[in-house]
Design a protein around this ligand. Sequence first.
Ligand code: MN
Length: 424
Amino acid sequence: MSLSVNDPSLTSWVEVAKDSDFPIQNLPLGIIQMWNEKPRVASRIGDFAIDLKSLYVLGYMENLAFSADDFDTNSLNKMMKKGKLGTRKLRERISKLLQSGTSDLKNKQHHVDQILIPMEDVTMLMPIEIGDYTDFYSSEQHAFNVGCLFRDPENALMPNWKHIPVGYHGRSSSILPSGVDFHRPKGQMKPPTADLPVFGQSNLLDFELETAFFTYEGKPLGGSISTTEADDYIFGMTLLNDWSARDIQGWEYVPLGPFLGKNFASHISCWIVTLDALEPFRVPGPVQDPKVLPYLEYTGDKHIAINLDVLIQPEGKEAVSVCTSNYRHMYWNMNQQLAHHSVNGCNIRTGDCMGSGTISGPEVGQYGSMLEISWKGTKPFAMPDGSERKFILDNDTVIMRGYCEKDGVRIGFGEVAAKVLPAN
Ligand code: MN
């Protein structure tokens, strides 16, 4: 699909640095707060937030499906109710107003001053009121690595793995926006050498490098979304750090799967990059062998090349890169995940969040969790300050970044960052 607003030759009269994640081809959506004012809906170009409420009030949104209420609010959910075509038209309008050669807004400096807000003057808030959170397990290298660590290479993948996009239902209440620090979780665990479980702080706190996608209103209960229809139900994506307490998880997960080792915190980046903006960066996925069941078949390029980086920043020190991966390495794509999720008639709602699962690439250095990077603690990662990491220490900040690049255009997600505070 080719959208004119994605044209690599487009430029804006707003100055955008060459390595910015937010050129005119991106125009993500998020929620900003200025000083103590009410939160509102915004987009972004370069180092400016674009205040969409002001854009509406000043008359630049005529003939669109939106009302002032859709922008004068603390989540994107209301505007997401307008569906794919509604938000696509909105992005086209914002692009048109900011394009070089369009002067409607540019020539009214008093309007520009109200609409373009320097990013240093805004706080980014949680962009979406998330209903349900589902996390998949769709990177083959990650599933293989974990299978090797806990079983053996011959039986690394479970028999269902290449037939089902494996997932579980998580918890949305503890999904946080980038920048909100959290305390190391406590819980019950059983050390390998102990006979009985103990209670205490998690000592094996890990990150998971993931992306998330957010849905438009799906079909009513009983309806299913096909792989072909899935694009129309996906609003956009963020980076996701799906924190894990490996020691709590390891003791609790049999037989019902992840619980308290997973639901204490997950962080997302604050700008939702629309699926429309990501279309130019589509790539083919892996050949799926064995052949999948018909409801999971898809046509066209449904994977997306997104460069991903993870850094650990110890308190007061430089951030250190520990992983460089790419979203293109996924085995299952979002269309298959959504089709599988709804094939039983499960209804998908506006603002549901679906995690990709840890994204590990095929090479050492591309593994998306400390569990894999340190190979279950047997190969500590050497930090330049002389310390080492098997897992994440107190006061470490974990930073994830992501961007796509093609034809001279770079669009990105910014970052998701959060610091681990000592246990309460
Ligand atoms: Mn996860």
